[in-house]
Ligand binder design. Structure first.
Ligand SMILES: [Zn+2]
Length: 68
């Protein structure tokens, strides 16, 4: 089961959630302030245990990527 990291846009609290595909349409609320203005970040599995040389999944480094 994938674990995703979320960031609260209201208070800035970061938290991790076991996120099921069937719940994909509903964002979890912030455990700190109960706001639903949350933003999904990179999966901790892909981010911390993936290919470290991939630099976040892109072929270019953070410094060479043009700003999106
Ligand atoms: Zn919050």
């Amino acid at each position: 089961m994938p674990i995703y990291e979320f960031a609260c846009k209201k208070c800035g609290h970061n938290f991790e959630v076991l996120y099921r595909a069937s719940d994909g349409t509903s964002m979890p609320f912030c455990p700190a302030c109960k706001s639903k203005k949350t933003e999904k970040l990179m999966s901790i599995f892909g981010g911390k245990f993936g290919n470290a040389s991939a630099g976040g999944g892109k072929s270019c480094s953070a410094t060479s990527c043009p700003p999106s």
